[in-house]
Design a protein around this ligand. Structure first.
Ligand SMILES: *[C@@H]1O[C@H](CO)[C@@H](O)[C@H](O)[C@H]1NC(C)=O
Ligand SMILES: *[C@@H]1O[C@H](CO)[C@@H](O)[C@H](O)[C@H]1NC(C)=O
Ligand SMILES: *[C@@H]1O[C@H](CO)[C@@H](O)[C@H](O)[C@H]1NC(C)=O
Ligand SMILES: *[C@@H]1O[C@H](CO)[C@@H](O)[C@H](O)[C@H]1NC(C)=O
Ligand SMILES: *[C@@H]1O[C@H](CO)[C@@H](O)[C@H](O)[C@H]1NC(C)=O
Ligand SMILES: *[C@@H]1O[C@H](CO)[C@@H](O)[C@H](O)[C@H]1NC(C)=O
Length: 436
């Protein structure tokens, strides 16, 4: 029932479902199977028995980060910005306090048929430490020193088949920083990651048996091959654990009462905030987010399992602030932070989440939460409605209608939206530095 989830198993989910270990295994198996299928271990002379999931995400100039899935092709233009690395926090405490080395090599330069320049070293860096795991159990890896080889964008020559670019994570040996085999001026061509690992003591790829796991310390890896075929929509939604959890959270926060709504969700609405320089933040119902995590317009999705009959329908999504200017005296509430229609479901991804994309501009485009200085955190509520036939003719709200003193309940009534099908909410307080 739990498919491998890329980045984002909510901590709550981990606590609620011990069987999540199974899904972790499944993911590791998936990665290993992808490596085997692509003959990576043979081509790179590595023994690959991953224990933990290395996550690799390419930030984009606009739009959400693109997550690398083992074996999935990416268009080259999604790989321009140096990737961000993270690990699911299933490591032992010993590993949590250690440092890591990350390598990215191209096994197929200039072509897979005649890889005479391979491997090309596209990235090699040490002194990566694990950050604190986020609510979704993902710990970012950040390095405290410049890389030995800074990131170089994949550039297979014209006419070449796609190349296999592999990312490898090693536990860093104590003397790694004194190695002299690779420096910033060492040619990136004809590199041999297996030989390097051997020389520098990252692990002994010639070891056998269970020793491999511990000696090689090859924790995980991911593979991406680059091609210009299709850009995968890659999202990293947290999965809301259940409709009941969402309903209880709404009730506990008094949202149905304060927004004059009957909230009895039948669909799990997923909301994900892309980040400029890190992995997306997937909203867990009732979670408190920093304001700076909500700068980029969110992306919406629905877990399709409970919702497969709705594929042909269109939807309306709304986001309102119930607490403006303050929860104690919400005299401007509701503030309409987003209101858009003509959202359709895309095909569900491997994780069972179907993206919602709108084919028309929103009536109110996204406005970042900005509670005034000194205010308690506000409740920002996201609601999903089935779109009514008359929605596109409604005259209640247009792009020039003031966004304050909005009433989503009244709007739904006027436009015939009925009760929300699903929803979620977050708490956002003012920036600590906000003055005035
Ligand atoms: C892997 O190796 C097998 C056998 O040598 C070959 O048939 C297959 O095409 C290779 N796959 C890739 C992706 O190179
Ligand atoms: C890379 O290094 C490994 C370990 O020394 C060796 O077995 C392998 O033959 C080397 N590969 C190439 C292409 O030189
Ligand atoms: C990226 O490349 C693909 C295929 O080459 C193309 O369809 C797409 O429009 C490009 N995207 C951007 C943002 O340039
Ligand atoms: C976001 O804001 C929080 C608290 O206001 C701060 O600790 C954090 O460093 C900020 N992050 C970024 C990326 O600015
Ligand atoms: C928006 O609605 C107001 C009030 O109904 C109307 O006066 C105005 O012309 C509308 N603006 C647009 C751009 O449709
Ligand atoms: C919002 O509209 C609903 C439905 O008409 C109404 O019951 C409620 O009193 C309104 N709320 C406010 C604050 O005006």
């Amino acid at each position: 029932m739990f498919l491998p989830i890329s980045l984002s198993l909510a901590t709550a989910l981990l606590l609620l479902f011990p069987s999540v270990v199974v899904s972790q295994d499944t993911s590791l198996r998936t990665v290993k199977a992808a490596f085997d299928k692509a003959n990576i271990t043979e081509a790179a002379d590595i023994t690959f028995d991953p224990r933990d999931l290395l996550e690799v995400a390419f930030p984009q100039a606009s739009g959400p980060d693109v997550l690398v899935h083992a074996g999935v092709q990416l268009p080259r233009n999604q790989t321009a910005i140096p990737p961000v690395f993270g690990i699911q926090h299933t490591l032992s405490s010993r590993e949590t306090s250690s440092l890591f080395v990350v390598a990215m090599v191209d096994l197929d330069a200039p072509t897979p048929q005649a890889p005479t320049e391979a491997q090309i070293r596209h990235f090699l860096g040490g002194n990566f430490a694990l950050g604190h795991p986020d609510a979704r159990g993902l710990a970012l890896l950040s390095n405290s020193t410049p890389a030995l080889s800074e990131f170089m964008q994949p550039t297979p020559p014209a006419g070449s088949d796609p190349h296999r670019y592999i990312f490898l994570l090693f536990q860093q040996p104590s003397n790694f920083n004194s190695q002299t085999e690779v420096t910033a001026t060492t040619s990136v061509e004809n590199f041999n990651i297996s030989q390097f690992a051997l020389d520098v003591g990252l692990g002994n790829p010639l070891g056998v048996g269970t020793m491999l796991l511990y000696v090689i310390s090859l924790l995980q890896a991911a593979l991406v091959s680059i091609l210009t075929l299709r850009s995968q929509k890659l999202l990293t939604f947290a999965r809301e654990s259940s409709l009941r959890t969402v309903k209880v959270a709404f009730d506990n926060a008094n949202i149905p009462e304060d927004a004059d709504l009957i909230f009895d969700p039948t669909a799990l609405l997923e909301v994900s905030f892309p980040q400029a320089a890190s992995l997306p933040v997937d909203l867990i119902v009732g979670e408190r987010l920093f304001r700076n995590q909500t700068a980029i317009p969110p992306i919406f999705g629905i877990q399709n399992s409970a919702f497969s009959s709705a594929v042909k329908e269109t939807f309306v999504v709304a986001m309102v602030d119930l607490d403006a200017p303050t929860p104690q005296a919400p005299t401007n509430a509701q503030i309409r932070h987003f209101l858009g229609g003509n959202f359709a479901l895309e095909r569900p991804d491997a994780h069972g989440v179907a993206l919602l994309t709108n084919s028309t501009p929103a009536l109110s485009e996204f406005k970042q939460p900005t509670p005034p200085a000194g205010s308690d955190p506000h409740r920002y509520v996201f609601l999903l409605f089935e779109q009514s036939p008359g929605f596109n003719e409604q005259a209640d709200v247009n792009t020039t209608t003031p966004i304050s003193n909005f009433n989503i309940s009244q709007f739904a009534l006027d436009v015939g939206l009925g009760n929300p099908l699903g929803g979620t909410f977050m708490l956002v307080g003012p920036d600590p530095t906000t003055s005035s």
